[in-house]
Design a protein around this ligand. Sequence first.
Ligand code: GLA
Length: 729
Amino acid sequence: MAITYLPEKQLFRLDTKTSTYAFTVYKEGYLVHLYYGAKVPDTDLSYLMFRGWFDELSPRNPKVGERFFSTDIAPLEYSTNGAGDMRISALSVRGGAGDSVTDLRYVSHKITKGKPKLPGLPATYDDGSQAETLEVETVDAVTGVKAYLLYTVFEDYGVMTRSARIENGGSAPVTLERAYSACLDLPTMDRDMVHVYGRWAKENTTVRHPLQHGIQCVQSKRGMTGPNHNPFLALVDQDATEERGEAIGVNLVYSGNFALDVEVDTRGCPRLLAGINPTDFRWKLEPGESFTSPEAVLVYSQEGLGGMSRTFHHFYLDHLCPPQWAKKKRPLLINSWEAAFFDFDGDKLVAFAKEAKELGIEMLVMDDGWFGDRHDDFRALGDWTVNEEKLGGTLSQLVQRVNDLGLSFGIWYEPEMINPDSDLYRAHPDWAICAPGREKSLSRNQCVLDMTRKDVRDCIFQQMYDVISQANIAYIKWDCNRHISEAGSALLPPDRQGEFFHRYVLGVYDLMDRITKAFPHILLENCSSGGGRFDAGMLYYSPQIWASDCTDPIERLSIQFGASLCYPISSLGAHVSANPRTGLATKGRVALCGTFGYELDPRKLTEEERELVRGQVADYHKYYDLLHYGDFYRLTSPTEDPYLCRWQFVSPDKKEVLFTQVIMRQPPAVCQFQKLPGLDPDAWYRDEATGAVYSGALLMHAGLNLSAENEFVYGDGASLSIHLVAQDR
Ligand code: GLA
């Protein structure tokens, strides 16, 4: 049993193979958090709620009658606003009387097998065999508002998910002003916060800093996740490393305005909140209506950041990514964007396909520029009809020509966008997002379609359906190249405009759901000016996401490493491009630490480069399972080590290892050893290239000796890979 309730203590325990999470129903029905950490035996945990005597300034419920209990100080399971807790709150409801006092108390609970779906939202799933779910019902006695706190435990993974369903059980309308998915009160602030930040073409720079008193947060109010911050953060022991120490990772399965807030109160106790960003969020609930928050995924690891990441990776492949793709081999593709930008026609694409076929590439993706009057980025978004003149025939004919060469065919879309210079805009100017009376800003010459509207979604769905169903399309790249400003919908009444941003995300999910259900065989790859919407919500629909518009392999190291903190390597869209920095071999090695593919004009490759590409294609197949389903280890960090970036993959049975090193700058010390964690200490590993055999224990504790390799390496961007295979001694 992963979830247990001990009635005599009114205690809930949620156990995974590595962790215990516990909370209790305290006097007067307060839900008090007790513990989240390494697995502990069944014992009395109640002493953990004591956090010092309350001081005179902290409000106290006289009915509780305990000197140490104040909602201002106690660790609370789902903190609420205005009822004595002055810290950041997970829930704030403005009731019919106009105040926003929110005071939840325990009513009941139930424990069930499996995991319920979250209506309209992507979420991790279970077939009923692994997960257990606890639903705790709480109520605010004055407004009648109920909060159902949902906890699902995936025992075998060390993972727990949380969300909250808020229901208006009263008789007057209420407005949600904050409705976070998870709240986690921790006892001490001796932890570092790890997260990623970035911008266009420079996503996912990892940062780590000690927690400070006050509030620190990562968030988006861009309408989309954005490249600026990611809905992921980890709280780790201050001495935690990649392989050792405690790490708690939190990730939201959400693609819109998010917030991950950590407040360290004056007693030094951190509170973590994860959920929808309350800025620009209001949600009206009529009596009987309910609202479900997106899901927060919590991973607990005692094996440092690396252990946390590997748990996220395996868990997302098994329980989040589309099951028909998660474990299916994906086609090796070549994309037309960096090869041709808008300058292509049908013959050029067929010429790409012909060359690509000879190199062993399996799919051609036709990027932006195939529809309407789209010959630059100033026009035609919204007009999803095939430009047959440009393609030199129908789409079906072009796809057939490519299929005849032995390649499958993929196509680019940007369904949420509209250019003012488009037939769609001329017919429906009110379909572009704009608050009443405001002028619309442009970004990349485009506006965002009002995806809160069903008529808009229906129109885009129909346009997409008509094109996709007329040809043998195997893949869609779903792009999203601007964020939302002047937010508002022509259809929402003033008292519901605060719902706009969340309704937008729900609309996008609805459209993605319809497209992926209508064409379940199609592989969807997300993209948002590169990795601008790299989140777990998108991973639910598309098992891979283009990680960055920057294809420079040195820059890609920190971009891909940052993303790997939380997202599987098999989800990191990475291509070899014609980018001038480093040679082809290094580009290939870096792209293999991702989905792998090409984004260049294959006709321009020299014979020597073609040979290299053939070798890379062979490596892609040879290492596919190891890279996609193996364990990933970040050995040195490109944001901390100025010289070297090293990583390795280890197969689940520990019989195979692929180690890679990229030299970013010549290291001053030539004596170079690299310990390889995660191996089998009792195994013997043969270096496939040299035939040398090493003890697993020695590789783990003394390391690979790279001194010779690195002695004569000059030139930034040199790289090497070492493939080790376990053998009998
Ligand atoms: C975005 C994407 C690119 C490409 C272009 C097309 O920038 O990130 O990969 O698809 O749009 O306009």
